[in-house]
Design a protein around this ligand. Sequence first.
Ligand code: SF4
Length: 208
Amino acid sequence: MIERSRTYLVKEMFGPTLQGEGAHSGRACVFMRFAACNLDCTGCDTDFSPEGAVRMSADEVVARLRALDTSKTQRVIVTGGEPTLQWDAAISAAIRGAGFRVHMESNGTRVPAGPVDWLTVSPKPQHHPAGLLLADKVTADEVKVVVDGTVDEAKLDQYAARWRCEHYFVQPWMDATYQQNLARTLELVQARPRWRLSLQLHKIVNVP
Ligand code: SF4
């Protein structure tokens, strides 16, 4: 049974904007960011803290998405933090039932507890606390590896074997060692040509 009384801790919702990363890079959309994450990655560029987040019902989320989606994209990027910490069948049914395609971006540690239309897995096992593993039975539509000094060809091969999908991306981590990360990313694209370069387009064109 779908439980619609629950509320979700939402950090921010905004739009119209565009997806800046991966196979849907450049597409118009709206964004929804859940608060909270189960990782604490060095160099994380996202504010997912509960400060300033608001509790919203699924119906309130849908109303806000409709108001933001002035371009009628009917596409929402659902991210965090880690969105699978809160995603469930009820909010999935509400958002998808309103006609939105849900593109979720996850770190791959949990299987989404409700349907999505597109799942990006961006694994960061180098930042897992002890005992936290990548989840089994996650079906990815694309894998996006953020490249730092720990990512090499063998790691990409492991990921490609773990998640069979059509789209594989490497993206330089935008931290203090960006130039080294970019050089490594470009080398990886040449060494493993099935992996394509993803850049954070939204930062380049300066949209939120
Ligand atoms: S998983 Fe993503 S949102 Fe969470 S800490 Fe790491 S980079 Fe930040």
